[in-house]
Design a protein around this ligand. Structure first.
Ligand SMILES: [Zn+2]
Ligand SMILES: [Zn+2]
Length: 226
């Protein structure tokens, strides 16, 4: 059962449906104060907001959630780690680069949702204003497929089993391309045991059942499944 909505930041692609969704489901939205102010200024909507402090943990029902800062051009953007009985789930989208803090916070997750926003060549060729392209590529913009692949090298661990590639640009990326780029890098570093899933904007991915975590394999490892 859905008991809350976690809001990472106030950009329109994240809050467009928030008022309707929260009202329809009758559940609170969890965000920090700066994000709440920014949402109110843009959307002029009322909802049941539960405020957390960036860098702190809080509860949604009986689930613990950690929040941490990420580099993105919003008021106070965050990533999340959700603690479940089946292990930890890291949520990392809308970040221009991967910081030490980010790596440290997601280093022992079982599931990682990771941004692969754009392919560098497709962005270069896209019919978009140069200023927008620069914003996307900046250190407070978004992660490219290559940047995400590089970040994966630091994020593969004994605990990690599933990686969901997310927040793909419709015109500057494709699920196949993102999966290929990250998959090739994982192969290079012996990370073929990971379940790599590319998500889509308009199509839900399959439900990921998470039974309680069992004995972990030793990383680096090859083709080891738990
Ligand atoms: Zn954003
Ligand atoms: Zn976004």
């Amino acid at each position: 059962m859905l008991t809350g909505i976690l809001l990472t930041h106030e950009h329109s692609d994240h809050i467009k449906g928030i008022k309707v969704l929260a009202a329809k489901l009758g559940i609170p939205i969890y965000c920090n104060q700066w994000t709440l102010e920014a949402v109110k200024a843009q959307a002029q909507c009322q909802f049941d907001a539960r405020i957390f402090q960036t860098g702190h943990s809080f509860k949604v029902g009986d689930v613990d959630v950690d929040s941490f800062s990420i580099p993105h051009d919003a008021c106070d953007p965050v990533g999340f780690v959700v603690h479940t009985e089946g292990g930890k789930i890291g949520f990392l989208t809308d970040l221009g680069h991967v910081t030490r803090l980010v790596i440290d916070r997601v280093k022992d997750v079982r599931v990682l949702v990771l941004e692969t926003n754009y392919d560098q060549k497709l962005l270069q060729e896209a019919k978009r204003p140069e200023s927008i392209k620069q914003r996307i590529r900046s250190r407070h913009g978004h992660l490219s497929n290559d940047a995400a692949a590089e970040a994966m090298e630091a994020m593969v661990s004994d605990h990690l089993e599933h990686v969901l590639l997310a927040h793909l640009s419709r015109d500057c990326n494709s699920p196949e391309l993102a999966r290929r780029v990250v998959g090739e890098r994982l192969r290079d570093i012996g990370g073929t045991h990971l379940n790599l899933i590319s998500t889509q904007q308009d199509h839900p991915c399959a439900t990921l059942p998470l039974a309680p975590a069992q004995v972990s394999c030793s990383w680096p490892g090859n083709a080891v499944r738990r």
